[in-house]
Write a protein that binds this ligand. Structure first.
Ligand code: AMP
Length: 283
């Protein structure tokens, strides 16, 4: 596996692959890789000749300096994991390369209507930071396809909209959430949990399944179902930010009769803010 530490080194290799007519798939990450990330790499390998992974903890998308400082950085292990799955190139830029004039001077991208709800409401500025860095990375890597996890469903939709709105020549592919055997969605933030909390955190997925079962039984009282789920999580030791039943295509509030839904939640447990979501397609 090649490691490109600079934008120039990355571009040099991309140019060679382009001259050889190789297709390129890209998987952006913040590192601290786990099986969820590696499942995206596997999908990328199915879809293109060459796979590029980036590891960059993007300061622009953190609205809390303590959260940014605490974010786990494990580059050596990340490299070993990527070598073991035959990744072709790892791009590891620094903040100075990404924001040479500082973050305040950075031109930003914003997706209206999508970034002020759910996680956007709880983390102001977060999604502008995400779509801005993804846009920059897309321009550097020049991939044909990029793979994103459904685990971050709102992020996946925002990126699809950004690509469409800005006519970016790249295809966005979503990949299913990879879970531990308990059902807990794998996440770098699970490291903040103690062992008992990690067991407790499996309740998030169970809650999503309960909400889904209620909807499948024909219950259309969305507000009451959401409220019940929030109370259940709060009584189980979580500080719940939201449990929401939304339209799957645009994350607008779901209305009775709508068929293609997404159930999303965010909750704090100990030091970790965890998110999860599942699809719910009603017949
Ligand atoms: P992150 O490093 O957390 O920014 O995530 C990088 C990419 O991996 C994003 O597209 C995430 O949605 C995806 N991802 C993170 N956790 C999982 C998971 N458990 N299953 C599938 N994809 C994931």
């Amino acid at each position: 596996m090649q490691i490109a530490e600079t934008i120039t080194a990355l571009r040099t290799q991309i140019k060679v692959w382009r001259q050889q007519n190789q297709t390129i798939a890209f998987v952006p990450t913040m590192g601290n890789l786990h099986q969820g990330h590696l499942s995206l790499v596997a999908k990328a390998q199915e879809l293109a000749d060459k796979v590029v992974v980036s590891v960059f903890v993007n300061p622009l998308q953190f609205n809390d300096a303590t959260d940014l400082a605490a974010y786990p950085r494990t580059l050596e292990q990340d490299i070993q994991q990527l070598v073991s799955v035959d990744c072709d190139l790892l791009f590891t830029p620094t903040s100075e390369m990404m924001y040479p004039n500082g973050m305040e001077a950075q031109t930003t991208v914003s997706v209206p209507g999508m970034d002020d709800k759910l996680c956007g409401r709880d983390r102001p500025g977060h999604f502008d930071g995400v779509v801005t860095i993804v846009n920059k990375l897309f321009n550097m890597v020049q991939a044909d396809i990029a793979i994103f996890g459904e685990k971050d469903y709102q992020q996946l939709l925002l990126i699809k909209i950004m690509v469409q709105d800005l006519n970016l020549p790249i295809e966005i592919v979503g990949s299913p959430t990879y879970r531990e055997s308990s059902g807990l969605a794998m996440s770098s933030r699970n490291q903040y949990l103690t062992d008992p909390q990690r067991e407790q955190a499996a309740e998030l997925y169970q809650t999503l399944l309960t909400v889904k079962a209620q909807l499948e039984q024909g219950d259309q009282s969305f507000d009451a179902i959401q409220q019940q789920a929030i109370e259940h999580l709060n009584n189980s030791g979580f500080a719940t930010d939201y449990v929401d039943i939304r339209r799957a295509d645009n994350l607008e509030q779901a209305k009775a009769g709508e068929k293609s839904l997404r159930i999303l939640l965010a909750a704090k447990l100990g030091q970790a803010r965890l998110i999860d979501n599942i699809a719910c397609n009603l017949a």
